[in-house]
Design a binder for this molecule. Sequence first.
Ligand SMILES: Nc1ncnc2c1ncn2[C@@H]1O[C@H](COP(=O)(O)OP(=O)(O)OP(=O)(O)O)[C@@H](O)[C@H]1O
Ligand SMILES: [Mg+2]
Length: 365
Amino acid sequence: MSTILGIESTAHTFGVAVVKDGKVLSNVKHSYTTESGGIIPMEAAKHHELHKNELYFEALDKADLIGKEKEIDAIAFSQGPGLAPCLLEGLKFVKELAKKLGKPVVPVNHCVAHLEIGKITGAKDPVMLYASGANTQIIAYASGKYRVFGETLDIGVGNFIDTFARYAGIGFPGGPVIQSLAEKSRNYIELPYSVKGMDISLSGILTNLKQKLDKINNFDNNKKANTENAGLIVNNHVKLRANVNERGKVNYTLEDLAFSLQETVFAMLVEVSERALAHTGKKELLLGGGVACNKRLQEMCKIMCEERGAKFFVLENQFLVDNGAMIAFLGEIMFKAGIKISGKKIDKIDILPRQRTDDIKVVWK
Ligand SMILES: Nc1ncnc2c1ncn2[C@@H]1O[C@H](COP(=O)(O)OP(=O)(O)OP(=O)(O)O)[C@@H](O)[C@H]1O
Ligand SMILES: [Mg+2]
């Protein structure tokens, strides 16, 4: 029996959770968002500092641990990869708690945590399509490590969507807004399709989309940076279409671009996932990471799995986006395998902003 506290702070989200024997007792979080523009790492770190105590007590309360902190066996935290100021804020908090409660610390890799929490779906040995903000990888377990079979050669799919959304004047995170815009269109506009072997590339598609958006907006470069103007694009997209049609030059809207973006890029992700299933001979696909919340991506993965007789698994949204539960969940598995840092050694723990999935020796399997 072990009770593990999990702390997540790699990017936009500060999350605190309690997991006991593989069961999530509490999972609370607060995320940094913006009206326009992307994440400013120092601002996100300030956000974490502001919310950490309240989230900690909320997580304890929901797990019925207020006044019973002694029952916690260890504190797991996201050591990397992530934004350094955000990771540092998490580590500082973990060191304070470890001292106060006299508990050991379990350093967890954020990406492996996204994978391991997939076990609660019932998936046993899946290929995972890990589609999040900073990361896009096709991962499967083989000979002691989670091997990366394919990945983005430039930007993560979530960052790609957020960057396009930002260009259209939509704040962070852009993914959910792009999804609802896409649902309003069925007008496919051709975009570059960029699969290279098992890898994908997104920066060319981003440039192409920005050029298409420029055509809609007909804004000059100076105005592009002006978020106030850009905000109008989203609000007045219907009017814009009318204007565009009047000009007779471009016959598509922001919704059409959002729809085409999803159809193209998700097809690329599904293609490489299917190839990884064929290559590894595995029979399960697990979808994870924040972009996995997207209903159309889920639908496309499901269809592919049905067609090739594989099983499809996807987590609840609360476990797809960054969360403390996945950190506590993997933390417990590692703790039970004897991985923990105690006493004075805790002071020496550092963050690992560039740690990679396939750097981690999976000694607990
Ligand atoms: N419905 C949706 N459709 C598409 N993208 C979405 C949706 N919901 C959330 N996202 C995207 O998910 C991303 C956040 O995911 P997550 O919280 O896992 O990412 P992260 O921590 O930034 O990345 P990483 O796990 O690589 O460190 C954002 O880019 C956001 O736009
Ligand atoms: Mg994440």
